[in-house]
Design a protein around this ligand. Structure first.
Ligand code: FE
Ligand code: CA
Length: 518
């Protein structure tokens, strides 16, 4: 019947087909688990989509009828039907299929749907054990050569669940957007801050089960689920998906390196299981590649970067318990140090060589601009940021210059404050501005005082704007002529009904690097 999921016999036939042609799992296991009986809704964690290409998108869900007690599915593989339609009534079905969710991946579902049309909305849903999931909406990328009048996206980062409500995400969900980008600190591993409006269910996660529970608890938040269901996302991670300020295989919180690598492996797997990324992105031997290049017509190239997994260790750190004090030493500027790692630096240079769109956005974790302390008694640099890796930053900016990127824009998070900056090869000189940087505040995480931000602004003329006392997100509107950035701020992050209002807007003109107030 058109508009409904196929009948049971129909599914049986297709399951045989899948088993025969795709060889996903052996037949007997499928038959054993053909009709699981869930005692509660298996779709409590919602649905999500991501990785939009002109002809494909990834659909995600995870079966978890008991999300905070291990998921509640048991060891059996479970067949999950999915369908994607051109209308929200599911009358014009574009594709259908079945995914076998297994306990090995926490019964998460990652379907990369192929053969879709570019630049259009689709609606999708899942069914397992006779239960239908909520409906999600997604959008494919425009064709690579499509000429667009406009493209709109918003980005966010740093959502410490205990410190406030995800009002910023609710506000994003109500916008008209083509895409959402999340820059990391999607979960936090630790409890911190002074005033908590809600609480994590467990202690600091170190095992796979504990990381799964933390991700599941995040997805009990209705605002987060609604934003996932509203738009396709591109996702990268930062440090708190694993451990505060970790660098590659080193963590000042887990000082036994062998133990830390087991923590990181668990954290990466749980991240994969809860994000709308394809099965082909599943971690291998404890590594997971998240850096990638997306195109949105002739308007936008997006490079997703990973400045955590491959970075050199923090320089100059004399107290191994913290990386949060400004420090300096000759190691910091060594040319062999990298925040991206040699392989990713090489990949990025190659990708920039092919970036031909009007705007190129480098989506990465943290503040890229140099932050000199200006002799305020706090000399040195914050080495967890790009300031700990200045040679790596110079190579990136040189690559942008060498490939004559038309309008390079860097976006970041991590520092829980809004920033606009001019990125330069040498921040001490009046040399050319190579790229424009916008850093978003946190969704909830506490930020620095405005007094501290004002001191930094006074000492660093390449920083055009800074705001530390507001939580929120950033929306971007791209046209062939301008890129307009809106900093949106939540009035009171601890009030679930809080208003969100525009703090400031900035414009970058085509061909003129650097932002000016709108
Ligand atoms: Fe953060
Ligand atoms: Ca961070």
């Amino acid at each position: 019947m058109i508009g409904r999921f196929p009948s049971r016999t129909h599914i049986g036939r297709r399951r045989l087909l899948l088993g025969a042609t795709a060889g996903l799992v052996a037949g007997p296991a499928l038959i054993a688990s053909a009709a699981p009986n869930f005692t509660a809704d298996p779709f409590q964690l919602g649905v999500a989509s991501g990785c939009p290409r002109p002809d494909s998108v990834v659909l995600w869900t995870r079966l978890a009828p008991d999300p905070l007690n291990g998921g509640g599915v048991g060891p059996e593989p479970v067949p999950v039907d999915w369908e994607i339609a051109e209308d929200d009534g599911f009358r014009r079905i574009a594709a259908r299929g079945q995914h076998i969710a297994t306990a090995a991946w926490a019964h998460s579902v990652h379907v990369q749907v192929q053969g879709l049309k570019p630049a259009r909305w689709y609606w999708y849903r899942f069914r397992a054990g006779g239960t239908l999931s909520p409906v999600g909406r997604t959008r494919t990328a425009p064709a690579a050569n499509a000429v667009l009048d406009r493209f709109r996206f918003a980005f966010a980062s740093c959502q410490q669940y205990e410190l406030g409500y995800f009002t910023a995400l609710r506000h994003m969900a109500a916008r008209e957007l083509d895409l959402v980008i999340h820059l990391g600190d999607y979960i936090y591993e630790t409890s911190w801050g002074w005033h908590r409006v809600r609480h994590f269910t467990g202690a600091i996660p170190t095992t796979l089960d504990e990381f799964r529970e933390r991700h599941a608890q995040y997805k009990t938040d209705a605002d987060l689920r609604a934003l996932h269901a509203a738009f396709p996302w591109l996702v990268i991670w930062d440090d708190h998906e694993v451990a505060d300020d970790y660098a590659n295989d080193i963590s000042h919180r887990n000082r036994d390196p062998k133990f830390f690598l087991t923590v990181r492996r668990a954290a990466y797997q749980a991240w994969f299981e809860h994000m709308p990324v394809p099965m082909s992105a599943a971690p291998v031997n404890g590594s997971l590649r998240i850096y990638d290049h997306y195109r949105f017509g002739s308007m936008l190239d997006v490079m997703l970067l990973d400045d955590r997994q491959y970075r050199s260790r923090h320089p100059c750190v004399t107290d191994s318990r913290t990386t949060k004090r400004p420090v300096d030493c000759s190691e910091r500027t060594r040319p062999d140090r990298s925040i991206l790692g040699a392989a990713q630096e090489g990949w990025l240079d190659g990708s920039l060589a092919t970036a031909k769109a009007r705007w190129t956005v480098l989506a990465q974790q943290t503040l890229m601009a140099e932050v000199g302390r200006g002799g305020q008694g706090e000399q040195g640099f914050m080495v967890d940021r790009w300031d700990g890796y200045p040679a790596s930053r110079q190579r990136l900016l040189d690559s942008i210059t060498r490939h004559r990127i038309a309008n390079p824009v860097v976006i970041g998070g991590d520092v829980h404050s809004f920033w606009v900056s001019d990125l330069k090869r040498d921040f001490a000189t009046k040399g050319p501005v190579v790229a424009t940087e916008f850093v978003g505040s946190s969704v909830t995480s506490n930020g620095p005082s405005q007094a501290a931000v004002d001191r930094v602004l006074a000492a660093n003329p390449h920083l055009k704007y800074g705001r530390g006392d507001k939580r929120g997100y950033v929306a971007m509107e791209l046209t062939p002529q301008t890129l307009t950035t809106h900093f949106e701020a939540v009035d009171d992050v601890q009030d679930p009904q809080s208003a969100v209002r525009r703090l400031r807007s900035f414009v970058v003109e085509n061909g003129k690097t650097g932002a000016v107030p709108a």
